[in-house]
Design a binder for this molecule. Structure first.
Ligand code: EPU
Length: 338
């Protein structure tokens, strides 16, 4: 029977580099063994499913069984007339998977290049960047119910995708371990290049009609210029979601700040840029103890060394308070607090 390890440090398993130990820990690298352990009732809550650890704030020791997903494998599922379906196991590195699809001649995921984390974690928060969200290329996923060991398939509607959101952050939170994700990539490829930063980069580099590889390279360059590399300085990507407010509230803000970035949504509400709001409050590049607001993108908090979860919470609360006081807008953190 599988033995779990005790008191395992997680400092290197979260990209923020925050300290904490798992009460017990299991590296999951085989679906059948996972199913058997769940069916035996050995994986009951409290438990935490950990992927690349790129979207969590570790508050300290985790008094739970940590299931670290290390399932590997990627494959072509089906080549149909209109699209290609490709699959990857939950523990595959997201960016490596994206580059592999491009190398195999299956474009469609290039705008999501260089996003840290694993394939299994990607649907949980419906990762998105530069004009594309995962849900637009999603076919289905397979998961194991950790309470029963049952294998469950989720199609897109069962995932209830939203902006940085899915059922796995809500009703199904903590219940399932995502073992495999299948993507549907259209045969007729059209570059998604409407995002201002992308257009600017392509113009500057004289690329008129980019290939998928060129678009991926552009996204990689843009991300490297703005976003801190977690391998160099601890961070969890965007720390807050971009807030979506009523048209009235956005109108009031734009009357005073016509330059404020804003994106009309299908439901009539307006998405504001949290990074801009935070920047306006003077936080960009500012630190509070060992945690700082990144100097090139105010939406990202970085660990300058030796930070704890409490340090991250402290600066996040101060930033949110300042944005609320100045703009009457509520900011919601994007990573999960553990
Ligand atoms: N801005 C500022 N100051 C800042 C940061 C941003 O004025 O310090 C302005 C920018 O000039 C721009 C606007 O705010 O006009 C938006 O900034 P940016 O294009 O950098 O994107 P974002 O809205 O801050 C979102 C995602 C990122 C994703 C980028 C590109 C969220 C929470 N974040 O950031 O996702 O890479 O768009 O698509 O939606 C992540 O989720 O971890 C992440 C990095």
């Amino acid at each position: 029977m599988t033995e779990f390890d005790a008191q395992v440090p997680l400092d290197d398993s979260n990209t923020f580099g925050l300290p904490g130990r798992a009460r017990s820990y299991w590296r999951v690298d085989d679906v059948d063994t996972l199913v058997a352990a769940a069916a035996d009732g050995r994986l009951r809550a409290p438990r935490l499913v950990l992927g690349g650890g790129s979207n969590i704030v570790l508050r300290g020791d985790v008094d739970a069984l940590v299931l670290h997903v290390a399932l590997k494998g990627r494959a072509l599922v089906e080549e149909a007339a209109d699209d290609v379906r490709v699959a990857a196991a939950g523990g595959e590195n997201w960016h490596d998977f994206v580059r592999w699809t491009l190398d195999m001649g299956w474009p469609g995921l290039e705008n999501l290049s260089l996003i840290p984390g694993t394939v299994g974690a990607a649907p949980v928060q419906n990762i998105g960047a530069y004009g594309l969200e995962l849900c637009e290329r999603f076919d289905h996923l397979d998961a194991v119910d950790l309470d029963t060991g049952a294998k469950v398939r989720f199609d897109a509607s069962a995932c209830a995708f939203g902006y940085r959101d899915s059922v796995f952050k809500r009703a199904a939170a903590g219940r399932y371990l995502i073992t495999r994700v299948v993507f549907r990539l259209p045969r007729v490829w059209q570059p998604v290049q409407g995002y201002a930063d992308v257009r600017r980069w392509l113009d500057e580099h004289g690329v008129g009609a980019p290939t998928a590889h060129q678009l991926s390279d552009a996204i990689i360059a843009i991300r490297r210029a703005k976003l801190p590399d977690p391998a160099v300085i601890g961070n969890a990507g965007s720390f807050f979601k971009n807030p979506v407010v009523s048209a009235e509230q956005a109108g009031a803000l734009l009357a005073v700040h016509p330059e404020a970035p804003h994106y009309p949504q299908a439901d009539g509400r307006i998405k504001l840029a949290a990074g801009w709001l935070i920047d306006q409050c003077g936080w960009k590049g500012r630190a509070l103890g060992p945690v700082a607001c990144h100097d090139r993108q105010a939406l990202v908090l970085v660990n300058r060394g030796g930070a704890t979860g409490a340090d991250v919470e402290r600066i996040a609360e101060r930033i949110a308070q300042d944005v609320k006081t100045r703009f009457s807008v509520d900011l919601e953190p994007e990573p999960l607090f553990i």
